[in-house]
Design a protein around this ligand. Structure first.
Ligand code: ADP
Ligand code: MG
Length: 711
């Protein structure tokens, strides 16, 4: 009876959360339209808005105490004069003079958005302003401060000790949706409908964490009564967000773990011969561990879903080869997929070299495989005589008919995107899946992006690796750099010269690379200098790359198209032009092209004199470490979790309150709790979990996620 009541109650609240914002007090059709443009469509979205900052009156500064150039401060003052001032080239600025209680004055100035700001701010308004103070012509001044109206005569929500400031865009501001309006709308909403919200986490999750009650937290995040309460509310809501997301991953994993997989015996004759007779080195501990993980998956009777994360050069290819041998030993087939033809050919060559001595037949299938060859190959794949097929994913996905496919290896899996990963998993054969990536990512991102997979990490590199010396240099040292290159080339080594390619200025960058190629051809008249860039035809590109890979050319000038996995052991030198323009992880990936042979390597980062603090730290990190995992952590610290992958579609969910960088400890706890709960109640059928289940379903839908999409 009690359980039933809970369900009815919850349904009501879910309906409430799903209501369009338009019908809320204070929001009409106009505002609803503008809110919806910023992603706020329902009551639930509105309540989930997170204040961007809080104004604590106990931390308000007095104008008389401001110091020019200090950190940003908050000032509360009354507007005593306003004016639009004509400036140079017809550009107007809007200035106000404000005065605080002790009677001191300062200015605030806006150069942008003058038209609407001058309409919003009037003499007599009481404002809270937040900005960096600096002194201009004898008067303290803010330039483009954040501001918010906080009239004393307004409702108490504007004059409490801690007041919330909401994210603002000029569209929102123009529609009158200022922080003050948001406070009013949300205040009325909670006042009139607070009862319809309910606690959405079961006691079993809340108690061990000492989490604040959900209703209290949802009110307190907007109207905190104290800093303590605010801290509690933030923790609670971050935890909840991360918990629900991890629950999604836990459910996805449970679902995958139900999929049966072919049982592959632990080792057979091919694998034994390979290890004893063919393999020219002993495996590293990390490689052994990864293979032990894979063997356990193969023996489990379940489909393997494993991600092999290893820095460039950690030796993932051999792991994939042995995994393939295990299934071939058992009479099955394996497929290796890579995103580009260059990578496929390289895999084809190296896997062929490793497996040919054992009589294993390896095939290569790409977009440029000639029709006749293709037909023959497809027949061999269909009758099982081709045991290992290497190819681009597009080609393999396109209805290749395998005789008995038991293992699909996907190299550089991050380039496939989450969606494609999902499609591959749905493939009829249900092969074991081994995903490989050479892009180390911080642990918290891995738990979020790949949290439903099993992960093997290879941090160790094969022994005998020669060190790479990395140094940042200035333009005036260019001659020295060319001398170093000459030395390398004289010893039979090869050099990469890399130019950045920023999409917006593609033409310009291309010109850089083209003229760089000309300059280098003149500088090094005795050797062949190749040029590879994104505008070239695929075939031309492959030919130029081919000449470099075979050693015919000593220097390869390129935009960033050189592929992640290209392996040229004789390349010992890399010059990265405009290094300050590259992201840190990208620099690391590029550097991974050298240091792959017997000889010590050098990486030169050519950088401008003028650099941002951030780019200086990036280049410094490159000089200090070549551990990909350390680099990825620094990169995330510099860029923030959201930007970690740049503009690429990352599949990373947008968190509203949690921050993957700052909240790693909460993430760990929420993940453990979510996985434990799903293990106990995988169908979420326990009565104590019903309220949560309803809320969770709304969460999943409102974030545009689907269960099957994750994974
Ligand atoms: P990645 O992980 O970047 O794909 P590769 O598989 O291309 O790395 O391996 C990089 C190089 O290291 C290859 O030349 C490979 O032969 C070599 N290698 C791999 N494993 C070992 C090992 N255990 N000992 C010595 N060299 C190894
Ligand atoms: Mg590789």
């Amino acid at each position: 009876m009690e359980a039933l009541a809970a369900v009815v109650y919850s349904d009501m609240a879910v309906d409430f959360l799903k209501q369009p914002v338009q019908f809320i007090k204070g929001v009409g059709p106009n505002r609803a339209k503008i809110l919806s443009d910023s992603g706020i469509r329902t009551v639930g979205d509105l309540l989930a808005m997170v204040p961007r900052r809080y104004l604590d009156r106990s931390s308000v500064s007095r104008i008389q105490d401001l110091r020019s150039g200090s950190e940003p401060v908050t000032v509360m003052a009354t507007v005593i004069a306003t004016g639009t001032v004509p400036g140079r080239r017809g550009r107007k600025r809007f200035e106000i003079v404000i005065e605080d209680e002790p009677g001191r004055r300062m200015k605030a100035v806006w150069f942008q958005g003058v038209a609407w700001i001058s309409k919003v701010i009037e003499t007599g308004h009481r404002l809270a302003l937040h900005g960096k103070p600096s002194r201009y012509g004898g008067m303290m001044s803010f330039s483009h401060p954040d501001f918010d109206r906080v009239d004393e005569q307004g409702p108490s929500i504007d004059t409490g000790r801690i007041i919330a400031l909401y994210p603002g865009s000029s569209a929102l501001q123009k529609a009158g949706l200022t922080s003050r309006t948001f406070r009013k709308i949300i205040y009325d909403l909670i006042k009139d409908h607070g009862e319809e919200l309910w606690e959405n986490l079961p006691e079993s999750v809340r108690a061990p964490e000492g989490l604040m009650d959900g209703r209290v937290a949802r009110r307190a995040i907007h109207f905190p009564r104290s800093q303590d309460e605010l801290r509690g509310a933030r923790y609670r809501l971050k935890y909840e967000e991360l918990f629900f997301f991890q629950m999604l991953l836990a459910l996805s994993r449970v679902r995958k773990e139900r999929i049966p997989g072919m049982v592959i015996a632990s080792s057979g004759p091919l694998e034994t011969r390979f290890r004893d007779e063919v393999l020219p080195f002993t495996l590293t501990g990390a490689q052994d561990n990864a293979l032990a993980d894979i063997s356990a998956d193969f023996a489990s009777g379940k489909q393997m879903n494993r991600l092999l994360q290893g820095d460039v050069g950690s030796g993932k290819t051999v792991v994939a080869a042995i995994a393939a041998l295990k299934v071939i030993d058992a009479g099955h087939q394996a497929a290796v997929m890579a995103p580009t033809e260059i990578l496929c050919e390289q895999h084809y060559r190296s896997l062929g070299r490793l497996l040919a001595p054992l009589g294993v037949r390896v095939g290569l299938l790409t977009g440029s495989t000639p029709a006749a060859e293709r037909r023959e190959l497809l027949a061999a794949v269909a009758d099982g005589s081709c045991q290992l097929l290497v190819g681009t994913h597009a080609v393999i996905q396109d209805g290749v008919d395998f005789h008995r496919l038991a293992l699909a290896v996907i190299d550089e899996q991050h380039r496939f995107g989450v969606l494609q990963r999902a499609i591959l998993f749905e493939k009829g054969d249900r092969p074991h899946m081994l995903l490989m990536t050479a892009t180390p990512i911080p642990r918290s991102l891995a738990l979020t992006l790949y949290g439903d997979l099993h992960v093997s990490v290879m941090r160790e590199r094969p022994p005998g690796r020669q060190p790479i010396t990395t140094r940042m240099v200035r333009e005036k040292e260019r001659e020295r750099v060319y001398d170093l290159m000459r030395d390398e080339i004289r010893q039979g080594r090869q050099c990469y010269v890399v130019y950045p390619l920023v999409e917006e200025s593609e033409k310009l960058d291309l010109r850089d690379a083209v003229s760089g190629h000309e300059a280098l051809s003149a500088e090094f008249p005795d050797v062949q200098v190749e040029l590879v860039h994104g505008r070239m035809k695929a075939a031309e590109k492959e030919e130029a790359m081919g000449r470099f890979v075979s050693g015919e050319s000593a220097i390869l000038v390129s935009t960033t198209v050189i592929e992640v996995g290209v392996d040229v052991p004789a390349a010992t030198f890399m010059l990265i032009e405009h290094a300050e323009r590259f992201g840190l992880s990208q620099l690391h990936q590029l550097r991974g092209r050298i240091g792959r042979g017997q000889h010590a390597s050098t990486c030169i980062l050519m950088a401008e004199y003028r650099q941002s603090e951030e780019s200086r730290r990036r280049l410094q990190a490159m000089e200090e470490t070549d551990d990909g995992f350390t680099i990825s952590e620094i990169d995330m610290e510099l860029r923030g979790a959201g930007d970690f992958f740049g503009t690429q579609q990352s599949g990373l969910p947008a968190f509203r309150i949690a921050d993957l960088m700052q909240d790693q400890a909460i993430l760990d706890r929420a993940r453990d709790a979510a996985f434990a709960l799903i293990k106990q109640d995988p169908a979420l059928s326990a009565s104590e979990n019903q309220a949560m289940k309803l809320w969770f379903e709304t969460f999943v839908r409102s974030r545009g996620m689907r269960l099957s999409r994750i994974g």
